[in-house]
Ligand binder design. Structure first.
Ligand code: SDX
Length: 393
């Protein structure tokens, strides 16, 4: 009961949905994409295979994978006028600000894939988004460091192409490091989709009004940017660097437990996982492989390992069921590969685009789908009459 309004718990929420794409069991630490466990996909498949799986429902045959990869490679370039769009940003603009703007602006360039009632146009828009996100992200990085944009090279893999657009320079041939390419591809797989998280729900809600797919993905990027969501990977590495040494960890654990302190351990906790995030397990293994094979030692990784051990043996974190999530270790790898922390969430958005477009397609292709309309429990004043200005005291 709130004032004169009676809350009817009987109404069905419009915030939930049916989906056949991703299944999560938060208590058991299970994450399946179209039935396949994330650990098997991360170990045995490529990001292009996972993109085909999420979009089409099945792992591709060799022939299907070749055709899918070729189709994606046909859309990797960005319109030259969009390249000019970058020059309107300050050089120190956050890459997520640029991605929000540029992805939203794609809707001004692709009227031929804006009819969302046409399945073929929907798929073309989906392929365009998956193909262009690496180009857009790499250009945001190049713009921030004042280097020239690198054109896509379609003889490279999806991930290898992204690495050359990011770290290559016109002055010399870029050679893709297979260790880095495999680690990056695995990181993309781990971030591809995650059921109805905040940014995916944002994409679905925007799409339910009939908005074009480019605008919907721009809305998802905006939501992902927040430090409680995709921005946590950037915040987690900044936190690990601020801690600096293992002996300072207890001070930060105490702060995380102090209800009067807004500080939270970034990269810890999850709305759904109350056991462990299976992606974090794969991510920690990948850190060891990448640092070992690159011959990189990073004291931040030692801090991360020690922090996890201390937190997981602390009664507070055990009682609150707080475990490392996908964002806890990813920054250590991305930093070892050479990305600045400001690019971390942009890489999350790059990978999550396939999940966003797969979920958007699933919703839009449902003939029964209606515009989303989450409900509220009204807690404001009961009805009252207007008071003229002269009578207000
Ligand atoms: C992602 O939804 C998804 O699937 C998201 C994602 C995806 O792939 O799309 O998995 C990606 O966003 C992962 C989460 C990344 N965010 C962070 O790492 C930021 C730090 N984590 C927290 O802000 C927090 O854990 C959230 C936002 C992730 C969840 O917050 P909730 O819903 O408050 O968590 P909870 O209900 O499980 O919290 C239980 C208790 C609470 O205390 P009480 O109110 O019971 O006293 O634990 C506390 C929380 O205050 N708590 C933390 C904490 N996370 C929760 N205390 C200290 N440090 C933390 N990190």
């Amino acid at each position: 009961q709130t004032g004169m309004f009676t809350y009817d718990p009987g109404f069905t929420s419009t915030a939930s949905c049916d989906s056949a794409i991703t299944y999560i069991d938060g208590d058991e630490g299970v994450l399946l994409h179209r039935g396949y466990p994330i650990g098997q996909l991360a170990e045995k498949s490529t990001f292009m295979e996972v993109c085909h799986l999420l979009l089409n429902g099945e792992l591709p045959t060799k022939d299907e994978l070749d055709k899918f990869s070729y189709t994606i490679s046909r859309h990797t370039m960005l319109h030259e006028q969009l390249a000019t769009f970058y020059r309107g940003f300050r050089r120190d603009a956050h890459p997520m600000a640029i991605m929000c703007g540029v992805v939203g602006a794609l809707s001004a360039f692709y009227q031929d894939s804006a009819d969302i009632t046409d399945p073929q146009q929907r798929m073309i828009a989906s392929h365009r988004l998956i193909a262009k996100m690496p180009t857009i992200a790499a250009m945001a990085y190049k713009y921030s460091i004042g280097q020239p944009f690198m054109s896509p090279k379609n003889n490279l893999s999806y991930t290898g192409n992204f690495l050359q657009m990011t770290f290559g320079v016109p002055a010399e041939e870029y050679v893709v490091n297979p260790v880095v390419e495999k680690a990056m591809d695995r990181i993309f797989i781990l971030h591809a989709d995650h059921e109805q998280n905040a940014s995916t729900s944002t994409v679905r809600l925007a799409g339910s009004s009939g908005a074009n797919p480019f605008a919907c993905i721009a809305a998802g990027i905006a939501c992902l940017w927040g430090p409680a969501h995709g921005g946590a990977n950037e915040a987690a590495l900044n936190m690990l660097r601020e801690i600096g040494t293992v002996d300072r960890i207890p001070e930060y654990i105490a702060r995380a437990k102090d209800k009067n302190d807004p500080f939270r351990l970034m990269g810890f906790g999850h709305r759904v996982y109350k056991n462990y995030d299976p992606r974090a397990t794969v991510m920690q293994q990948t850190v060891r492989e990448v640092l070992g094979e690159l011959g990189v030692t990073d004291p931040v990784f030692d801090v991360a390992i020690a922090l996890e051990e201390m937190a997981l043996s602390d009664p507070y974190f055990i009682e609150k069921k707080l475990f490392p999530n996908v964002d806890f270790y990813s920054g250590v790898i991305l930093s070892a590969i050479g990305f600045p922390t400001t690019m971390f969430t942009a890489l999350f958005a790059l990978a999550r685009t396939v999940g966003w477009v797969a979920q958007w397609n699933e919703m839009i292709s449902d003939p029964e789908q209606k515009i989303g309309r989450p409900r509220q429990l009204y807690t404001g004043p009961t009805q009252r009459d207007f008071v003229p200005l002269a009578d207000r005291t």
